[in-house]
Design a protein around this ligand. Sequence first.
Ligand code: CP
Ligand code: NVA
Length: 313
Amino acid sequence: MPGPKHDVVSIADLAPALPSLLARADAMKRARQRGDLSRTRPGTNLAMIFEKASTRTRTSFEVAMNDLGGHALYMSSRDLQLGRGETIGDTARVLSRYVDAICYRAFKNADMRALAAGATVPVINALDDKEHPCQVVADLLTLYERWHGLFAGRTLAYIGDGNNVLNSLLIGSAIVGLTIVAATPAAYRPPAEVIASADQWAKRSGATVKLVDSPAEAARNADALYTDVWVSMGDEAEKEARETAFRGYQINQELLGLAKSGVWVLHDLPAHRGQEITDEVMDGPRAAIWDQAENRLHAQKAILEHLLPTRSG
Ligand code: CP
Ligand code: NVA
């Protein structure tokens, strides 16, 4: 009998497996460069429900399923009966009869949880208003390959909004033992329960989690700098207020000068050039952003391989 299904709603759901997932993603990346696609999950199917736009997540999940020998079915929530009022629970029950896993990009974390509760197959969070766990597996992979798998003693500084990406980054960094300092305006700090969860993981791994107001304080002597948009999908009504509140929360050449000389710059993309990051930094020699985007594919393959059943083909 199969065990209980394994959802990835939060990055914490991957906690014990995270280091081995990074090693596996790294190995599959190198295999792919040699022409070996790692066809380890033939005959599997992934349903992909998207309520919001996506370039990277959608493409990397679809290519990942192809590589593994499986198949991905992209569904805009507007085209499903979901858009006409069928419940999330009923949708989850039905899709579970066809596919081996469901990935879901949702506006609300409550809807993500409802899908996970109704589905009898694994549900993977492809971004909601609370977390973006798959992104953070790729982010950690990008640093893992630059630091030869060693996170202990390194510091990641995040500059900007206390949003879904930061929430997953705080918890994910703490799990792997990477110290994280996040600079956000006081009104845009991550929720208390996310900070508490990150603190718990950090206690076990030996990392530190710190929240500050000042971008300069966070960036000083950092090994990596990370930023994300000031206005996330779903926050558009607050655009003006946010653009005022986040002025100064920018990764630019001056901030880069405060970090270690070997610093790497990360951004999950899409970027708003000239707001949270300058062209000079994005297009400069310290940007690991394009490898980070590529790594979504290799990270996704490791996550999918971890969750999907093995079939003979
Ligand atoms: N970083 C990320 O999730 O990008 P998309 O919105 O293009 O999927
Ligand atoms: N915080 C951003 C991430 C986009 C990938 C958003 O939610 O829009």
